[in-house]
Design a binder for this molecule. Structure first.
Ligand code: C2E
Ligand code: MG
Ligand code: MG
Ligand code: MG
Length: 280
């Protein structure tokens, strides 16, 4: 061990850092076995059409519960899955699982699945999606892929190819967390998005009276409307936020105030899906 001469020089391995590195390593090694140990499952959060109050579809959200680590948030483990490329197999599992589940729902319900930037760099992705669709038997037009603007910034040729291939089959795209990155309004027009999910921060700030947030939401909705792009307000947590989304003219809403994410059985009992999965 290097001497620091007792002058209190900070080692790069300070306790906090060390703890973080250890936590990361623990997550990484547990994540390697999570799939085959059956520790992953999906929950589904309803997306509601404001004009009718009806459920338009569900967003699949990944959950991981490990005996030692407890339940780990996707914001934490997806980043690690990306760095280790575990995201490819986990992502393919998500597609199979969610498409099989959606096959048990009445056909009018759409399914949204999140895609991380790393997944879009995988040249095998479109093949995996197509195979999940055809094995489950669900129509490609029921599937919407949610992705953030981060993927569209640079070296996105692979992502664009994947999008085009899937789009040609009828799969649609949603721009997730809109407003958290660098996208401009013009960006919405240049790409082939079916919907834009306005990040929860905007509605929260609008409720707190932020004039600029309200102006931004209005501008996004006006632009989206004129392009025939749907707008989804994410993270609606109370009645006032719901009313703001409605007043500003969002087409759809999603959030704890309306419905939390629920397990597959709860979805089926709510919408009257068939018992058991279409594909075992
Ligand atoms: P996201 O796609 O923006 O998903 C919305 C997140 O907001 C979810 O967090 C959801 O549980 C949460 N949420 C829903 N309603 C409310 C609300 O009213 N208030 C607040 N504060 N939050 C609400 P979750 O499930 O922890 O997922 C976090 C992120 O992890 C997702 O953000 C998505 O980017 C990513 N993710 C989740 N599942 C998957 C997956 O299967 N594949 C990939 N690649 N990413 C996933
Ligand atoms: Mg999403
Ligand atoms: Mg989002
Ligand atoms: Mg997000």
């Amino acid at each position: 061990r290097a001497k620091d001469g007792g002058r209190g020089v900070h080692s790069p391995y300070e306790p906090a850092l060390l703890q973080k590195a250890e936590e990361r390593r623990a997550i990484e090694s547990a994540l390697r076995n999570a799939l085959k140990k059956g520790e992953l499952h999906l929950v589904y959060q309803p997306v509601i059409t404001l004009a009718t109050g009806e459920t338009a579809g569900f967003e699949a959200l990944l959950r991981w519960t490990n005996p030692e680590l407890g339940s780990v948030s996707p914001d934490k483990f997806i980043a690690i899955a990306e760095e280790t490329r575990l995201i490819d197999t986990i992502g393919e599992w998500v597609f199979r699982e969610a498409c099989n589940e959606a096959a048990s729902w009445p056909e009018q319900y759409r399914l949204a699945i999140n895609l991380s930037a790393g997944q879009l760099r995988n040249p095998r992705l479109s093949t995996a999606v197509i195979s999940a669709l055809s094995r489950s038997g669900i129509a490609p037009s029921r599937l919407e892929l949610e992705t953030t603007e981060a993927i569209l910034n640079n070296d996105c040729e692979q992502a664009v190819n994947t999008f085009e291939q899937l789009n040609a089959l009828g799969v649609t795209m949603a721009l997730d967390d809109f407003g958290t990155g660098y996208s401009t309004l013009g960006f919405i027009g240049r790409t082939n998005f079916n919907s834009i999910k306005i990040d929860k921060r905007f509605i929260r700030d609008a409720q707190r009276g932020s004039k600029s947030s309200i102006a931004i939401i209005r501008a996004v909705i006006a632009m989206a409307d004129s392009l025939g792009v749907a707008t989804i307000a994410e993270g609606i947590e109370n009645e006032e936020q719901y009313a703001i989304a409605e007043r500003l003219g969002c087409s759809q809403v999603q959030g704890y105030f309306i419905d939390p994410p629920m397990n597959a059985a709860a979805v089926r009992s709510r919408i009257g899906g068939t018992d058991g999965k279409a594909v075992a």
